[in-house]
Design a protein around this ligand. Structure first.
Ligand SMILES: *[C@@H]1O[C@H](CO)[C@@H](O)[C@H](O)[C@H]1NC(C)=O
Ligand SMILES: *[C@@H]1O[C@H](CO)[C@@H](O)[C@H](O)[C@H]1NC(C)=O
Ligand SMILES: *[C@@H]1O[C@H](CO)[C@@H](O)[C@H](O)[C@H]1NC(C)=O
Ligand SMILES: *[C@@H]1O[C@H](CO)[C@@H](O)[C@H](O)[C@H]1NC(C)=O
Ligand SMILES: *[C@@H]1O[C@H](CO)[C@@H](O)[C@H](O)[C@H]1NC(C)=O
Ligand SMILES: *[C@@H]1O[C@H](CO)[C@@H](O)[C@H](O)[C@H]1NC(C)=O
Ligand SMILES: *[C@@H]1O[C@H](CO)[C@@H](O)[C@H](O)[C@H]1NC(C)=O
Ligand SMILES: *[C@@H]1O[C@H](CO)[C@@H](O)[C@H](O)[C@H]1NC(C)=O
Length: 825
């Protein structure tokens, strides 16, 4: 393993050099500000790929989850720890700095110290913001210009002060550092100290994670360069003193952390003042070590250049043709890929909870969002990182007891549905990630999810396992005395647990564990137990949707409960559908949309829905009536599920329906929270034209949004290529007429991961009309059950990975006619 890592390092450096001489720079198409307003909640600041240090200006917007926003809210500080794209509470934002050119009358007490009063000095115009990978800059209306860049654990800020000011007072800049965080979650007894000689500020405080349990302690170390120190001190609330240099501060009894921190004042502002600050979960000393080691010379240009190069290396394996394509498409694409490498964060060496030689990654925020396309994208673009992440997940299982569904700031986060780390592991295993991963422990971890109910299934594993095993579904109003979590989401949990079990079965199959393979394949069919064949769906005005057969909640006594299939859709304005204890039986999505969440057995689902034509009408309905919300992850796969009904052309059309209409390369361009980088990965995969069905070695083929896409596998160095013949930049010719794979005719509408590892070439000939390509049974992606009711081609039935044990449902297998009519064949 160690040796292969060295080889990679050598080749990536080489790739960087070659690129430097070339003409194509992927970073020219990255705009970190996409998603910085309208609820995208992205972190748009300076970071390395997966870096722990994330420097940006923080605003006081309600949408400040990622720190900075462009919605008119003023800046209140400049901090160095962030998450990206999350909902819920703002995350991190610890130990904000703020700068003044002088305090009126030279009196430090005339400067504004608390975050709330600083806001008056933090106004800015959006045109005064600049962001590119690795650096972020902003000029405040006060004339202060702040730039920032980072190494892995340390941030370097450069504050330049205005030379002519109306007050005419001599510039004696004051820079303060605050002990609060974005969410005001600081607990009791935070400490800070400032060295009167050097101005070094060190400190520690305990905070709460933004979507999880318990708490964490973070330490910091800050040094200055650029001007001589005049004096320094600490502040409490709005009062400061140059006589006091140490502070231990209460949270205070009113439930709001009392403002407190330290400051340093400088003799002049003729040169910019550089502020180097690092954090550590271990100790303030460790934070100082990081800072001294990573940024020894305060060389802003060198640090910023290294950060830029790190990003260029990460993005250079993906190279699309710029020929005839609108630049906004390129920016959408590369910025999406960029955002997949902000979170998770690499805290290796920074985990105080257990000692281990394994990597430690944090900000799996949350796996429910990341498993669908973000982590699968990284498996293509950065498999070494995913290998480290999987090792970290397995190590978390070893030391905490279960795989996480959500983890941030060293704490357990709240589980949203299934034990979806099972899908992450199955996906990595199916795609051949091996180096250093202990797959025996990995398999034990997913089996534990399926077998052992944790006392706190709020935050790991699964709830309701007794019912799951005895009844084959999660009942609404379950009786569960063994473990505790929010007793809602019985339908979405049943569907997700079923798919989790399929993923375990798939790993078991690959590991030669036949008994487990059969057992979990069996329980992966539990989704059928909540399918109510006679359930109708009417609009709230009474008009029928025209569809019958939906998932429904079911009680312990096996009788049906009821949830309107349209509730929790994006058109439902009243239901409570998240993790509230008054939540519904589907999580953040409707029964309509969850109705497609059987990723392993589309054949049986299509059958239940009345055959491929009826399935297609249902998919059209979910998209065209506004039921689905592309700004949340359960919608992602539904865009491409037409493939399973033999209509890959409709997946292509649907991808263009959403992009760019719902995703544009502008600060307000995202349809919802980026969720770490989930939205970014959706855009990237859709535009690349190969969408994953995560947990399976399957990519669904649609034409790329570019004339060609080259992806060089970072480990094998082979280049996979997709080339579109008759490429049409107006996107009218988006239907595959024929295809070749490595020169041979290829009619399957999907391919597997060897495409990337072996560097194959897929050539798609496009046309303006739907064709017969990829429509026959033998062309369809794998499914557990048997496809029925399709036009038959010449070949045999598709090879399903597993034996077909699903009972054939009478009455559904005669849909030949409808599909044939549709296809005109
Ligand atoms: C804060 O310090 C006081 C005095 O040492 C101690 O009694 C109290 O338990 C501490 N609080 C916390 C949360 O550590
Ligand atoms: C992709 O690779 C092929 C073969 O090396 C090359 O001809 C083509 O120019 C590349 N395309 C891009 C966009 O770099
Ligand atoms: C490129 O796309 C943008 C955004 O959709 C659009 O405003 C612009 O007109 C397009 N430019 C061209 C040359 O088509
Ligand atoms: C994570 O950080 C560790 C320690 O700094 C480093 O060895 C490792 O390469 C990093 N992994 C990734 C994927 O960046
Ligand atoms: C009822 O609502 C649906 C969905 O908004 C709409 O399509 C339909 O026309 C409405 N029917 C009546 C009678 O208003
Ligand atoms: C089954 O349980 C539900 C919920 O407790 C109850 O309303 C219903 O009457 C029960 N049905 C039967 C047949 O026992
Ligand atoms: C379902 O959604 C509709 C539309 O928002 C709402 O009127 C109705 O009250 C909801 N039903 C429940 C049970 O929340
Ligand atoms: C596409 O289909 C339309 C309508 O069926 C037909 O008029 C047209 O000629 C077709 N175009 C091509 C290129 O086959």
């Amino acid at each position: 393993m160690a040796q292969s890592v060295r080889v990679i390092a050598c080749c990536l450096v080489l790739a960087g050099k070659v690129l430097a001489q070339g003409t194509f720079d992927p970073l020219a198409y990255v705009d970190p500000l996409i998603g910085a307003s309208n609820g995208g909640n992205v972190f748009p600041g300076a970071s390395l790929p997966y870096g722990m240090a994330k420097a940006v200006a923080d605003t006081n917007s309600d949408s400040r989850q990622g720190g900075f926003t462009m919605d008119g809210a003023p800046v209140t500080g400049f901090s160095t720890m962030h998450d990206s794209g999350t909902g819920g509470n703002p995350s991190l934002g610890n130990f904000a700095l703020f700068a003044y050119t002088n305090c009126p009358g030279g009196d430090v007490n005339q400067c504004a110290f608390p975050k709330k009063t600083r806001a008056a000095f933090g106004r800015f115009r959006n045109s005064a913001v600049s962001a590119r990978p690795g650096t972020f800059g902003i000029t405040l209306n006060s004339g202060i210009h702040a730039e920032m860049t980072t190494t892995h654990h340390a941030s370097l800020f450069r504050f330049a002060f205005p030379s002519d000011r109306p007050d005419q007072e001599p510039a004696r800049p004051l820079i303060l550092q605050d002990l609060t965080d974005l969410a005001d979650s600081r607990q009791d007894n935070a400490t800070v100290a400032v060295d009167p000689e050097t101005g070094r500020i060190t400190g520690s405080a305990r905070f709460l994670p933004s979507f999880g349990t318990e708490s964490f302690v973070l330490h910091f170390c800050t040094d200055f360069k650029g001007a001589d120190v005049e004096d320094s001190g600490i502040f409490v609330d709005s009062r400061a003193s140059t006589e006091v240099h140490k502070l231990t501060i209460s949270r205070s009894i009113n439930g709001y952390p009392l403002p407190g921190g330290a400051f340093v004042r400088f003799k002049s502002a003729t040169e910019p003042i550089l502020v180097r600050t690092a954090t550590s979960f271990i100790s303030a000393e460790r934070a100082c070590e990081h800072a001294e080691k990573e940024i020894p010379d305060f060389d802003f240009t060198a640090v910023s250049k290294a950060a830029t190069e790190a990003w260029r290396r990460k993005l250079s394996p993906i190279r699309v043709s710029t020929n005839r394509v609108n630049g906004s498409m390129l920016t959408n694409f590369y910025s999406g890929i960029y955002r997949t490498m902000i979170n998770p964060q690499n805290y290796t060496g920074e985990n105080p909870l257990w000692s281990s030689d394994e990597p430690y990654f944090d900000s799996f925020y949350c796996i429910w969002d990341q498993f669908r396309s973000q982590l699968p994208l990284l498996t293509i673009t950065d498999p070494a990182a995913v290998t480290d992440m999987v090792r970290s997940l397995i190590d978390t299982y070893r030391h905490v007891g279960w795989l996480p569904d959500c983890r941030m700031s060293l704490n357990k986060g709240y589980t949203q549905g299934g034990s979806n780390a099972d899908v992450v592991l199955a996906d990595a295993h199916a795609k051949g990630l091996r180096g250093g991963i202990d797959w025996d422990d990995g398999f034990a971890a997913v089996v534990k999810d399926a077998e052992v109910e944790p006392y706190d299934w709020c935050c790991q594993g699964r709830g309701g396992l007794d019912s799951w095993k005895s009844l084959g579904y999660i009942p609404v109003q379950d009786f569960d005395y063994k473990g505790f979590g929010t007793m809602t989401r019985s339908i979405s949990r049943t569907l997700e647990y079923a798919y989790n079990d399929y993923c375990i079965a798939q790993m078991a199959a690959a590991l030669g564990k036949t008994a487990e393979q059969e057992k979990y394949t069996d329980s992966s069919g539990n989704w059928q137990n909540l399918f109510r064949e006679d359930q109708v769906s009417n609009w709230w005005n009474g008009t029928s949707t025209g569809f019958t057969g939906f998932f429904q909640p079911r009680y312990l006594n096996k009788t049906w409960g009821y949830q309107d299939p349209l509730n929790c859709s994006s058109l439902d304005t009243t239901s409570v559908c998240s993790l509230q204890n008054t939540g519904r039986e589907t999580y953040e999505s409707s029964i309509w949309e969850y109705g497609f969440y059987v990723p392993h057995d589309q054949a049986t689902l299509i059958d239940l829905y009345g055959g491929p034509a009826a399935f297609v009408s249902r998919l059209d309905y979910v998209h065209d009536s506004g039921i689905t919300y592309i700004g949340n992850e359960p919608s992602f796969l539904t865009v491409f599920q037409y493939h399973y009904a033999g209509r890959p052309a409709l997946s292509a059309r649907r991808a263009h329906f959403y992009i760019p209409r719902f995703f544009s390369p502008a600060p307000d361009g995202l349809p919802g929270n980026d969720d770490s980088g989930a939205m970014g990965s959706f855009v990237a995969f859709a535009m690349m034209g190969l969408f994953p069905n995560p947990g399976q070695d399957v990519y669904l083929i649609t034409p790329p949004f570019f004339e060609s896409v080259n992806v060089t596998h970072p480990l094998t160095r082979r280049t996979a290529r997709v080339r579109a013949v008759n490429f049409d930049p107006s996107y009218e010719a988006i239907y595959v007429q024929s295809a070749t794979l490595d020169g041979e005719p290829y009619t399957k509408n999907w391919l597997d991961h060897s495409f990337f590892t072996e560097g194959k070439e897929l050539v798609l000939t496009l046309g303006r009309n739907e064709s017969a390509w990829g429509t026959k049974i033998e062309d369809l992606p794998p499914s557990l059950g048997t496809y029925q009711g399709f036009a038959r081609g010449d070949g045999s039935l598709p090879r399903s990975t597993f034996r077909d044990f699903w009972r054939k449902r009478a009455g559904y297998d005669n849909q030949f006619g409808k599909l044939n009519n549709r296809l005109g064949i």
